[in-house]
Design a protein around this ligand. Sequence first.
Ligand code: AOF
Ligand code: ZN
Length: 334
Amino acid sequence: MSEGVRVNQAKTTDEIFSDLAVLSRAASGWCVHNPNVAAIVYNADGQFVAEGAHKKKISDEHAEVVALKQAGAKARGGTLYVSLEPCNHSGTTGPCTEVIKESGIQRVVYALADPNPIASGGAQALRSAGIDVIFQRSAVLEFEQRAWLFRVNNGRPLITAKVAVTLDGYISAKDGTSKWITSEESRHDVQRLRAQVGAVVTSTETFIVDKPSLLPRIDGAPTPERIVVGNRNVSAEGFIHLQSRDLEALIGSLNKSGINHALVESGGTFLSALMSRDLVDELVIYQAPKILGSGKAWIADLGIASLSDAIQWESLGTYQIGPDVKTHYRRVRS
Ligand code: AOF
Ligand code: ZN
């Protein structure tokens, strides 16, 4: 199906995929181990019937099953849109392909082939049962599921670092003052980041100086695992304290919990250690329109002497947040 073609309903497939992206993003903080899959059901007349997302921390039910259960008999003859190829295996639940067949769904449109060998084969199984199966690649839905895909492909979570800096790149002034460099609007935006990840990580240094809660202060938001890394003794109730500077221990702990996406909120020392090990995959930089001229830099000397050795990033988007500018970067590895 080409972009812009309307199939017996008010929305194009790309528009429905955008709706799936919104559902997927809202579910991402609820998913450990598993992908943040979303599904939407339209009936035979092309009318919206039901939607669902996988929220592993609440239920094992896959997105397709959540949406189809809600749709009931209205799914008969209809179309199921799903961000990931439906699974064909019995794992924590039975195969979604069986539930789809029983639902009477006539058409399945999915955006990403399942890279998980034990779960794959769903598209073929549905075709064999006489269901029309359409694969339409979606960069938007690949992006929303990138943390899980990254973990499947790399054996560790996607790591995003968030920093709040002045125009000249400082996170605190010479006298140590750091509250608040960025605006209230930016700080609220950070709450939404925390709500979308499985873990928020900081260093003992930042923990002692800032006493951050690292919790998303948003009603009904999922609670990320909170991790403090470093040798110093801290009283961190509700946090996991990894009393070591060994970053392998951090990765091991994140993997043990099945974290797809971790957010690092720390000062320059810890961030530089991660950066030196090439463990930062994305950056979210909030830049306030302030200049200090001196203070603590957000990143330390990385031992890079020449421009040709610079660590490369690409921008995924720039946004005005109140008086500040937020830029989202992705590491470019050649
Ligand atoms: C999900 N949610 O909505 C879909 C998934 O551990 P299990 O048995 O729940 O199986 C997880 C695998 O199932 C997952 O890696 C993916 O390949 C497939 N589909 N998983 O958690 C969903 N549709
Ligand atoms: Zn499934």
